[in-house]
Design a protein around this ligand. Structure first.
Ligand code: BES
Ligand code: ZN
Ligand code: ZN
Length: 488
């Protein structure tokens, strides 16, 4: 992770390997005007050109990035990330992106740390030598606000949040055979205990025996087919000055084969991502604690591996859930809602004021909103609006979907149990899943984030989004806790 600092120096005189220079449409391009024109720099948002400065700036290389006339925080987060990704062999960069205020400084700092992310844990080291790819060690953000404490604090906040996003990405990218339920639970415990939040966040892990004692039939039913039994990890952060109590529930399927309702080969090829919701809620909880926000957090990572076996849950089986209700399983590939249901019931028991769950829940949500937008489904319009506003200010694309009225009846249409888990009709899958989850949140204001699309980028990197796990959800949750704390 590069160190990020602030400076009031001028772009032209700042020493760095690369100067990342934002250029707004209406701006006087000074000594660079001719070079930019010859390079075909049109100023279209996001366009970048890279060239040797020839002494015009103290940095030997310039990366010019086109910005809109009044860039938003998100424009700058993207530009900063794009800049550092283009500055491939640089050990130091200076960013002159014209932040209009402290929020924009924070976004640039986030963009730097998010944009330099890479996942190399499973790549062999280059043979026979110590020659390593050059890593960015330092980034200096040029701004007249550099000496203000609010700006320094913003950079610290950005580091905390971006590191949390990168932690979630690491978990999602880890191969599923290396992150089975017990491994994931251990990794979460180790992570919490090794961060600055360690003393403020308590971790407890329920193994399969404890889950049985606690009647968590949803989590156990999904984990039943795997040789690696399920886990529930509970994180609690209880600051003395808490103004509200937010529960976070994450889907933590370390691998989703579909179970006996087995997926196709291509369908399961990326299913290591199916724990991205749990990764996001854990990483966000650590960030919220490190930021010292006055909001009590209880987070549940509902972890299981969904596998077929001679003893796996069958379509037609009935599960006895934590909240006392019974559920007829009709498609073992719709497993996320079953593990979440127990987590949601526990959140209600913990008397949370509000609940958010985060889950790679349905392919239907990807069909509805595409690969880059998460769905927000809720039982409370006001809370849904708050979550949507948090996602906007965090720069994560989310959009509300309704829980259509008719879904309730279908959820209650099992002939043998209280609820049916799967809709026989193939329409509105994201809505039906949410209608099912709603049965487990009682009257508590709740929002469900279906991140099946944006949790993973199977293409190449763009802006601050790398290939692989994206860490989506973390920034929205931290922003939401900040809003609930009234700290912004
Ligand atoms: N984990 C999947 C959803 C998913 C699909 C996540 C694509 C990311 C990308 C989930 O458990 C699942 O398999 N859902 C089924 C539900 C269906 C059987 C009702 C689906 O969406 O097909
Ligand atoms: Zn599934
Ligand atoms: Zn799944």
């Amino acid at each position: 992770m590069p160190s990020v600092t602030l400076s009031t120096s001028k772009p032209t005189t700042t020493r760095a390997d690369v100067l990342i220079l934002g250029i707004r449409g209406d701006e006087d391009k000074g000594d660079l005007a001719e070079t930019l024109e010859l390079l075909g720099f049109s100023g279209e948002k996001g366009q970048t050109v890279r060239f040797p400065s020839g002494g015009v700036t103290a940095a030997p290389v310039v990366i010019a990035i086109a910005l809109p006339d009044e860039p938003t925080a998100e424009d700058l987060r993207r530009a900063a990330a794009k800049g550092v990704r283009e500055a491939k062999n640089a050990r130091s960069v200076a960013l002159a992106l014209h932040p209009a205020g402290v929020d924009e400084v924070e976004a640039i700092a986030e963009g730097v740390t998010l944009g330099t992310y890479s996942f190399d844990a499973f790549k062999s080291k280059p043979k026979g030598g110590t020659k390593k790819a050059v890593e960015l060690a330092s980034a200096v953000i040029l701004t007249p606000f550099a000496r203000q404490t609010t700006a320094t604090k913003a950079v610290e906040r950005a580091a905390t949040v971006a590191e949390a996003v990168n932690t979630a990405r690491d978990w999602v990218n880890t191969p599923p055979g290396d992150l089975r339920p017990a491994d994931f639970a251990e990794s979460i415990t180790a992570h919490v205990n090794s961060t600055a939040a360690g003393s403020d966040v308590k971790v407890s892990v329920w193994d399969e025996k404890r889950l049985a004692k606690e009647r968590c039939g949803g989590i156990l039913g999904v984990g039943r087919g795997s040789d690696s039994p399920p886990r529930l990890v509970v994180l609690t952060y209880e600051p003395a000055n808490a103004v509200s109590h937010l529960a976070l529930v994450g889907k933590g399927i370390t691998f989703d084969s579909g179970g006996l309702s087995i997926k196709s080969g291509p369908g399961m090829s990326t299913m290591k991502i199916d724990m991205a919701g749990a990764a996001a809620v854990v990483a966000a909880t650590v960030a919220i604690a490190r930021l010292g926000l006055p909001v009590r957090i209880t987070a549940y990572a509902c972890i299981a591996e969904n596998m077929p076996s001679g003893d796996a849950t069958r379509p037609g089986d009935v599960l006895h859930m934590r909240n006392g209700s019974t559920v007829e399983v009709l498609n073992t590939d719709a497993e996320g809602r079953l593990v979440l249901a127990d987590g949601l019931a526990l959140a209600v028991e913990a008397k949370a004021d509000r609940i958010v769950d985060v889950a790679t829940l349905t392919g239907a949500c990807v069909v509805a909103l595409g690969e880059r937008t998460a769905g927000i489904l809720s039982n409370d319009e006001e809370f849904a609006d708050t979550v949507l506003a948090s996602s906007r200010s965090a720069g994560e694309s989310m959009w509300p979907l309704p829980i259509a009225e008719e879904m309730k009846q279908t959820v209650h249409s099992s002939n043998v149990a209280d609820l049916r888990q799967h809709n026989p009709k193939p329409y509105g899958g994201a809505l039906f899943a949410a209608a099912f989850l709603r049965e487990f949140v009682a009257e508590v204001p709740w929002a469900h984030l279906d991140i099946a699309g944006p949790s993973f980028n199977d293409g190449s990197a763009y802006d601050y989004t790398p290939n692989g796990g994206t860490g989506v959800g973390v920034r929205t949750l931290v922003r939401l806790a900040t809003e609930l704390a009234g700290a912004r």
